[in-house]
Design a protein around this ligand. Structure first.
Ligand code: PGA
Length: 257
Protein backbone atom coordinates (compact mmCIF):
# COMPACT_ATOMS: atom_id res chain seq x y z
CA UNK A 1 0.00 0.00 0.00
CA UNK A 2 1.31 3.44 -0.96
CA UNK A 3 2.03 6.07 1.68
CA UNK A 4 -0.05 9.24 1.45
CA UNK A 5 0.99 12.85 1.94
CA UNK A 6 -1.87 15.33 1.98
CA UNK A 7 -1.34 19.08 1.76
CA UNK A 8 -4.07 21.02 3.53
CA UNK A 9 -3.80 24.57 2.21
CA UNK A 10 -6.62 25.85 4.44
CA UNK A 11 -7.69 29.37 3.29
CA UNK A 12 -4.44 29.93 1.40
CA UNK A 13 -2.99 31.32 -0.82
CA UNK A 14 -4.99 34.48 -1.51
CA UNK A 15 -4.97 34.33 -5.31
CA UNK A 16 -5.59 31.57 -7.81
CA UNK A 17 -2.43 32.36 -9.78
CA UNK A 18 -0.34 31.82 -6.68
CA UNK A 19 -2.19 28.57 -6.04
CA UNK A 20 -1.48 27.34 -9.56
CA UNK A 21 2.19 28.23 -9.20
CA UNK A 22 2.52 26.21 -5.99
CA UNK A 23 0.67 23.26 -7.55
CA UNK A 24 2.93 23.31 -10.63
CA UNK A 25 5.99 23.37 -8.38
CA UNK A 26 4.68 20.37 -6.45
CA UNK A 27 4.01 18.53 -9.72
CA UNK A 28 7.67 18.93 -10.68
CA UNK A 29 9.01 17.67 -7.37
CA UNK A 30 6.64 14.70 -7.38
CA UNK A 31 7.37 13.55 -10.92
CA UNK A 32 9.04 10.27 -10.10
CA UNK A 33 7.11 9.01 -7.11
CA UNK A 34 6.33 5.32 -7.04
CA UNK A 35 5.36 4.57 -3.48
CA UNK A 36 3.74 7.77 -2.32
CA UNK A 37 0.41 9.29 -3.22
CA UNK A 38 0.26 13.07 -2.97
CA UNK A 39 -3.02 14.94 -2.46
CA UNK A 40 -3.49 18.70 -2.56
CA UNK A 41 -6.50 20.23 -0.80
CA UNK A 42 -6.86 23.86 -1.91
CA UNK A 43 -9.66 26.25 -0.92
CA UNK A 44 -12.92 25.14 -2.62
CA UNK A 45 -12.89 28.08 -5.00
CA UNK A 46 -9.54 27.03 -6.47
CA UNK A 47 -10.27 23.31 -6.82
CA UNK A 48 -11.23 23.42 -10.53
CA UNK A 49 -8.17 25.46 -11.47
CA UNK A 50 -5.82 23.24 -9.51
CA UNK A 51 -7.49 20.09 -10.83
CA UNK A 52 -6.63 21.38 -14.30
CA UNK A 53 -3.00 21.96 -13.28
CA UNK A 54 -2.88 18.41 -11.92
CA UNK A 55 -4.38 16.82 -15.03
CA UNK A 56 -2.19 14.04 -16.43
CA UNK A 57 -0.14 13.97 -13.24
CA UNK A 58 -0.35 11.40 -10.46
CA UNK A 59 -1.21 14.01 -7.85
CA UNK A 60 -4.78 13.90 -6.59
CA UNK A 61 -7.04 16.75 -5.67
CA UNK A 62 -8.89 16.91 -2.38
CA UNK A 63 -11.33 19.19 -0.57
CA UNK A 64 -11.29 20.50 2.99
CA UNK A 65 -14.96 19.80 3.75
CA UNK A 66 -18.28 18.98 2.05
CA UNK A 67 -21.94 18.86 2.97
CA UNK A 68 -23.88 15.62 3.32
CA UNK A 69 -27.01 16.52 1.35
CA UNK A 70 -26.82 16.17 -2.45
CA UNK A 71 -28.58 19.49 -3.23
CA UNK A 72 -31.12 21.95 -1.90
CA UNK A 73 -31.52 24.95 0.37
CA UNK A 74 -28.17 24.78 2.17
CA UNK A 75 -26.67 28.22 1.73
CA UNK A 76 -22.91 28.23 1.48
CA UNK A 77 -22.60 24.46 1.18
CA UNK A 78 -21.11 22.24 -1.49
CA UNK A 79 -22.04 18.58 -1.88
CA UNK A 80 -19.72 15.58 -2.05
CA UNK A 81 -21.04 14.70 -5.53
CA UNK A 82 -20.41 18.25 -6.82
CA UNK A 83 -16.82 18.00 -5.64
CA UNK A 84 -16.44 14.56 -7.12
CA UNK A 85 -17.65 15.84 -10.48
CA UNK A 86 -14.78 18.33 -10.62
CA UNK A 87 -12.22 15.67 -9.81
CA UNK A 88 -12.05 15.53 -6.01
CA UNK A 89 -10.85 12.16 -4.69
CA UNK A 90 -10.30 12.91 -0.99
CA UNK A 91 -12.29 15.03 1.45
CA UNK A 92 -10.97 16.13 4.83
CA UNK A 93 -13.69 15.87 7.48
CA UNK A 94 -13.82 17.15 11.04
CA UNK A 95 -10.62 19.16 10.94
CA UNK A 96 -10.04 20.81 14.32
CA UNK A 97 -10.42 24.26 12.77
CA UNK A 98 -13.90 23.27 11.58
CA UNK A 99 -14.75 21.59 14.87
CA UNK A 100 -13.86 24.91 16.51
CA UNK A 101 -16.66 26.45 14.39
CA UNK A 102 -19.19 23.86 15.53
CA UNK A 103 -18.54 20.72 13.45
CA UNK A 104 -19.58 17.67 15.50
CA UNK A 105 -18.84 13.94 15.32
CA UNK A 106 -22.44 13.44 14.20
CA UNK A 107 -21.96 15.77 11.21
CA UNK A 108 -18.65 14.09 10.39
CA UNK A 109 -20.40 10.72 10.49
CA UNK A 110 -23.12 11.81 8.03
CA UNK A 111 -20.54 13.32 5.67
CA UNK A 112 -18.33 10.26 5.88
CA UNK A 113 -21.13 7.94 4.83
CA UNK A 114 -21.94 10.16 1.84
CA UNK A 115 -18.25 10.15 0.86
CA UNK A 116 -18.17 6.35 0.94
CA UNK A 117 -21.35 6.15 -1.11
CA UNK A 118 -19.84 8.46 -3.72
CA UNK A 119 -16.49 6.66 -3.69
CA UNK A 120 -14.60 9.66 -2.45
CA UNK A 121 -12.07 8.91 0.29
CA UNK A 122 -12.94 10.56 3.62
CA UNK A 123 -10.00 11.76 5.71
CA UNK A 124 -11.44 11.92 9.20
CA UNK A 125 -9.52 14.13 11.61
CA UNK A 126 -9.45 13.22 15.29
CA UNK A 127 -7.33 14.68 18.05
CA UNK A 128 -7.36 15.84 21.64
CA UNK A 129 -7.09 19.48 22.67
CA UNK A 130 -4.79 18.74 25.60
CA UNK A 131 -2.89 15.80 27.00
CA UNK A 132 -3.58 15.05 30.66
CA UNK A 133 -1.60 12.83 32.97
CA UNK A 134 -4.52 10.47 33.59
CA UNK A 135 -4.98 9.49 29.96
CA UNK A 136 -8.46 10.97 29.58
CA UNK A 137 -7.36 12.09 26.13
CA UNK A 138 -7.37 8.44 25.08
CA UNK A 139 -11.05 8.11 25.97
CA UNK A 140 -11.68 11.29 24.00
CA UNK A 141 -10.04 9.87 20.86
CA UNK A 142 -11.98 6.65 21.30
CA UNK A 143 -15.25 8.57 21.48
CA UNK A 144 -14.39 10.62 18.38
CA UNK A 145 -13.63 7.44 16.42
CA UNK A 146 -16.71 5.59 17.67
CA UNK A 147 -19.06 8.44 16.84
CA UNK A 148 -17.46 9.44 13.54
CA UNK A 149 -17.46 5.87 12.23
CA UNK A 150 -20.81 4.79 13.69
CA UNK A 151 -22.72 2.54 11.31
CA UNK A 152 -19.88 2.24 8.79
CA UNK A 153 -19.72 -1.21 7.22
CA UNK A 154 -16.69 -3.33 7.92
CA UNK A 155 -15.96 -3.78 4.24
CA UNK A 156 -15.86 -0.01 3.70
CA UNK A 157 -13.13 0.62 6.26
CA UNK A 158 -10.39 0.09 3.71
CA UNK A 159 -11.67 3.27 2.04
CA UNK A 160 -11.43 5.34 5.22
CA UNK A 161 -8.43 7.40 6.23
CA UNK A 162 -8.05 8.62 9.82
CA UNK A 163 -5.80 11.60 10.42
CA UNK A 164 -4.64 11.86 14.01
CA UNK A 165 -4.10 15.55 14.59
CA UNK A 166 -3.63 16.52 18.24
CA UNK A 167 -5.05 20.04 18.37
CA UNK A 168 -2.16 21.28 20.52
CA UNK A 169 0.24 20.42 17.69
CA UNK A 170 -1.73 22.00 14.82
CA UNK A 171 -1.12 25.40 13.22
CA UNK A 172 1.10 28.37 13.90
CA UNK A 173 0.06 28.58 17.57
CA UNK A 174 1.10 24.96 18.10
CA UNK A 175 3.35 24.14 21.01
CA UNK A 176 5.31 21.59 18.99
CA UNK A 177 4.84 18.44 16.94
CA UNK A 178 4.22 15.18 18.74
CA UNK A 179 7.16 13.01 19.85
CA UNK A 180 7.60 10.03 17.54
CA UNK A 181 7.26 7.56 20.44
CA UNK A 182 3.97 9.14 21.57
CA UNK A 183 2.72 8.92 18.01
CA UNK A 184 3.55 5.19 17.80
CA UNK A 185 1.56 4.65 20.98
CA UNK A 186 -1.39 6.57 19.56
CA UNK A 187 -1.37 4.64 16.28
CA UNK A 188 -1.51 1.40 18.29
CA UNK A 189 -4.31 2.81 20.41
CA UNK A 190 -6.33 3.87 17.35
CA UNK A 191 -5.87 0.43 15.78
CA UNK A 192 -6.94 -1.18 19.08
CA UNK A 193 -10.04 0.97 19.16
CA UNK A 194 -10.84 0.07 15.55
CA UNK A 195 -10.25 -3.62 16.32
CA UNK A 196 -12.74 -3.48 19.20
CA UNK A 197 -15.29 -1.89 16.90
CA UNK A 198 -14.76 -3.75 13.63
CA UNK A 199 -12.45 -6.72 14.21
CA UNK A 200 -8.72 -7.04 13.48
CA UNK A 201 -8.73 -7.43 9.69
CA UNK A 202 -10.96 -4.43 9.02
CA UNK A 203 -9.02 -2.38 11.60
CA UNK A 204 -5.74 -3.07 9.81
CA UNK A 205 -7.20 -1.87 6.53
CA UNK A 206 -7.78 1.69 7.81
CA UNK A 207 -4.98 4.05 6.88
CA UNK A 208 -3.80 6.27 9.72
CA UNK A 209 -2.04 9.58 9.08
CA UNK A 210 -0.44 12.08 11.42
CA UNK A 211 -0.84 15.86 11.19
CA UNK A 212 0.37 18.76 13.32
CA UNK A 213 3.54 20.80 12.71
CA UNK A 214 4.95 18.25 10.28
CA UNK A 215 8.14 19.51 8.64
CA UNK A 216 11.08 18.02 6.81
CA UNK A 217 13.07 17.68 10.02
CA UNK A 218 10.50 15.54 11.84
CA UNK A 219 8.65 13.83 8.95
CA UNK A 220 10.99 10.83 8.66
CA UNK A 221 10.97 9.82 12.31
CA UNK A 222 7.17 9.64 12.47
CA UNK A 223 7.28 6.54 10.31
CA UNK A 224 9.76 4.72 12.56
CA UNK A 225 7.98 1.52 13.45
CA UNK A 226 4.74 3.38 14.02
CA UNK A 227 2.60 1.69 11.36
CA UNK A 228 1.75 5.14 10.06
CA UNK A 229 0.37 5.37 6.50
CA UNK A 230 1.14 9.00 5.85
CA UNK A 231 1.08 12.66 6.80
CA UNK A 232 -1.33 15.58 6.72
CA UNK A 233 0.66 18.76 6.27
CA UNK A 234 -0.66 22.28 6.82
CA UNK A 235 1.74 25.25 6.77
CA UNK A 236 4.60 23.53 4.99
CA UNK A 237 2.36 22.30 2.17
CA UNK A 238 2.26 25.83 0.75
CA UNK A 239 6.01 25.93 0.29
CA UNK A 240 7.09 23.85 -2.70
CA UNK A 241 10.57 23.14 -1.35
CA UNK A 242 9.42 22.24 2.17
CA UNK A 243 6.50 20.13 0.98
CA UNK A 244 8.66 18.50 -1.67
CA UNK A 245 11.21 17.50 0.95
CA UNK A 246 8.49 15.97 3.14
CA UNK A 247 7.13 14.02 0.17
CA UNK A 248 10.58 12.78 -0.88
CA UNK A 249 11.36 11.69 2.67
CA UNK A 250 8.12 9.76 2.75
CA UNK A 251 8.97 8.14 -0.59
CA UNK A 252 12.34 7.12 0.84
CA UNK A 253 10.72 5.54 3.90
CA UNK A 254 8.13 3.80 1.72
CA UNK A 255 10.85 2.42 -0.55
CA UNK A 256 12.78 0.82 2.32
CA UNK A 257 9.78 -1.11 3.58
P1 PGA B 1 0.12 22.41 10.43
O1 PGA B 1 -1.40 22.04 10.14
O2 PGA B 1 0.98 21.46 9.64
O3 PGA B 1 0.27 23.82 9.96
O4 PGA B 1 0.33 22.26 11.91
C1 PGA B 1 -1.81 20.71 10.00
C2 PGA B 1 -3.28 20.65 9.71
O5 PGA B 1 -4.02 21.54 10.15
O6 PGA B 1 -3.75 19.73 9.03
Amino acid sequence: MKKIVIGNWKMNPEKVDEAKKIASGIVKVCKNLKKTEVVICPPTLFISAIAETLQKTKISIGAQDAFYEPKGAYTGSVSVAMLKRIGVKYIILGHSERRELGETDELVNKKLKVCLKNKVTPVVCVGEKVRDAHGYYLAFIKKEIEHSLAGVKRKDLKDVVIAYEPVWAVGSKALKAIEASDLSEMVIYIKRTLTDLFGPAAAQSVRILYGGSVNKENAGEFFNGSGLSGLLVGRDSLDVKKFGDIVLLTEEVASIK
